[in-house]
Design a protein around this ligand. Structure first.
Ligand code: UDX
Length: 437
């Protein structure tokens, strides 16, 4: 079987490498020459655990190629479309420019029997429009949303919770083609659900909307907890034991960021408005607002501690939107740095992987190469991303590297009792402060 993947970003590069690892002759296509060059050498253009090994194996075996020439998709059995759908500038809606351009560029190279499988997250209604566009070529469309998480992308692609196929009514050939592609994964008993285009498109955005809502729900509880002196972590543990609620995605703190959840809930709301259902998804505006408020709250807490100790220097640990990623798109941690800088504070930051990406996104930020460098000279420490490296810090050692005696834990991830015992006051989000012992 021959596979093509259009778009070699977070989604497409992982998908192409995964397809090659399943034994298919795979070509990845991207318009970015520099990105293609790196991928050809087996180097991912972003940090993703397990991906370098998978890429190199495919490239070395000759089953995985990368090109900027879309004509190389000719003869593929399945063409996956994995280009980005970012937020449109000046609007909440999704920008479909890349999806439309990908489909247009494919048209001359499609033939009878080719299956074009859309993976990008799109507003409901897009798949049908694209199916109509490619119909004259004899190719067929399927919508095959992807649920991978950054940091776990390889694992999520090769061992997903479920496979979703959106197909035109009665299109058994499209289902059979995807079944063939995913045969190894299906053989392990993975659930596969076949549905209409519109349902498949909605599955993706509603899953992300639900996850975002779950996080903002617990962060709303954190706001209440802060006012009444309750502890949101204990609350999450207690309600999470109810199997109907579940403990996952109930971690209160700085909230969600990244290239998916924030823009997807905005695009979903924008699409609902177009459909005359703005009120139906009005709660997603609240979800977004609660989420963004946490960043201000964190900056406020850091500010208050700076005022208390009479300093203005912050040692920030973590810049990526979450651990095991170098992605700083809509990163809560980076946003907190921005807010603090706007208030005239001096921030020195460290992140294990996001140094370059954060530097490009916020050139004014002083980014250093180690925890030690970030905490030296700081008046207040702050944690913005819960990297394992930070959880494993020995506060007794940190206390010898800095004069700061307070840490604002934006991810409620440090062992407060241990840090307190080492002489730090620990301030969390939605939790009572723990005074230094
Ligand atoms: C998300 C979805 O999980 C994935 O299924 C979809 O395909 C793409 O979007 P991702 O953006 O990689 O994946 O990150 P995810 O692990 O979902 O985390 C999103 C954000 O929520 C991060 O900023 C994370 O720190 C935050 N988060 C997550 C919380 O604040 N609390 C939690 O309990 C969980």
């Amino acid at each position: 079987m021959r596979i093509a993947v259009i778009g070699c970003g977070y989604l497409g590069a992982v998908h192409a490498a995964a397809m090659a690892s399943l034994g298919y002759d795979t070509v990845g296509v991207d318009v970015d020459e520099a990105k293609v060059e790196r991928l050809r050498r087996g180097e991912p253009p972003f940090f993703e655990p397990g991906l370098p090994e998978l890429l190199r194996a495919g490239v070395d075996a000759g089953s995985l190629r990368f090109t900027t020439d879309v004509a190389e998709v000719a003869g593929s059995d399945v063409v996956f479309v994995a280009v980005g759908t970012p937020q449109l500038a000046g609007s909440d809606a999704a920008d479909l420019t890349f999806v439309d351009a990908a489909i247009e560029s494919l048209l001359p190279h499609l033939g009878e029997g080719t299956v074009v499988a859309g993976k990008s997250t799109v507003p409901v209604g897009t798949a049908q429009r694209l199916a109509d566009r490619i119909a004259p070529t004899g190719a067929r469309l399927a919508w095959n949303p992807e649920f991978l998480r950054e940091g776990f992308a390889v694992q999520d692609t090769l061992a997903p919770d479920r496979l979703v196929y959106g197909v035109a009514e009665g299109d058994g050939a499209a289902v059979a083609a995807l079944d063939a592609v995913y045969a190894t994964i299906l053989a392990r008993g993975t659930e596969r659900l076949v549905m209409r285009f519109a349902t498949a498109e909605l599955v993706k955005v509603s899953a992300n909307a639900f996850l975002a809502t779950k996080i903002s729900f617990i962060n709303a509880m954190a706001e209440i907890a802060e006012t009444v002196g309750a502890d949101v972590t204990q609350l999450a543990d207690a309600i999470g034991l109810d199997a109907r609620i579940g403990r996952r995605f109930l971690n209160a703190g700085l909230g969600f960021g990244g290239g998916c959840l924030p823009k997807d809930i905005r695009a979903f709301q924008a699409r609902a408005e177009e459909l005359g259902h703005g009120h139906t998804l009005g709660f997603l505006r609240e979800v977004d607002e609660i989420n963004l408020r946490r960043r201000d709250r964190m900056a406020q807490l850091v500010d208050a501690e700076l005022a208390r100790v009479g300093g203005d220097r912050v040692g920030m640990l973590g810049l990526a939107f979450k651990p095991n990623s170098d992605d700083v798109r809509d990163s809560p941690a980076l946003d907190v740095c921005r807010i603090l800088e706007q208030r005239g504070r001096v921030v020195r930051a460290y992140d294990p992987e996001a140094r370059e990406t954060a530097g490009r996104s916020m050139p004014s930020l002083d980014i250093v190469g180690s925890v030690e460098d970030a905490v030296r000279g700081a008046d207040v420490l702050a944690l913005g991303t819960e990297w394992q490296e930070f959880r494993e810090l020995d506060p007794v050692v940190v206390a010898t590297q800095t004069d700061a005696r307070v840490v604002v834990d934006g991810r409620n991830t440090l062992d407060a009792a241990r840090w307190a015992a080492a002489g730090f006051k620990v301030v969390g989000l939605g939790r009572p402060e723990v005074e230094a012992a």
